[in-house]
Design a protein around this ligand. Structure first.
Ligand SMILES: [Zn+2]
Length: 94
């Protein structure tokens, strides 16, 4: 099966099985998956979303434009810690 955002494996959060398959999308357009082993339905979490290329860059750009951490997190639908981490990394690279 193909995985979104380029990650190689999706694991079931309950039993950690890799036998999961795509099960449509939630209203926000996030992919949902169902585990073949325990039949749990789950969706990719913020941490998966943060790995999507471009989110970090968007966080940095928003901060340049004066957006606060909370604003960026809400707009990009990532966790506040993800925003803080992205900003810290971007400062270190300068
Ligand atoms: Zn499972």
């Amino acid at each position: 099966m193909r995985f979104p955002h380029g990650q190689r494996k999706v694991h079931c959060p309950r039993c950690n099985s890799a036998q999961v398959y795509r099960h449509g999308q939630n209203p926000y357009g996030h992919d949902r998956f169902r585990c073949r082993d325990c039949h749990r339905v789950f969706q990719l979490t913020y941490s998966y979303e943060a790995r999507k290329p471009g989110v970090k860059e968007q966080i940095v750009e928003m901060s340049f434009n004066g957006a606060g951490v909370r604003d960026s997190a809400r707009t990009l639908k990532v966790g506040i810690n993800t925003v803080i981490r992205a900003l810290k990394n971007s400062h270190r690279n300068r």
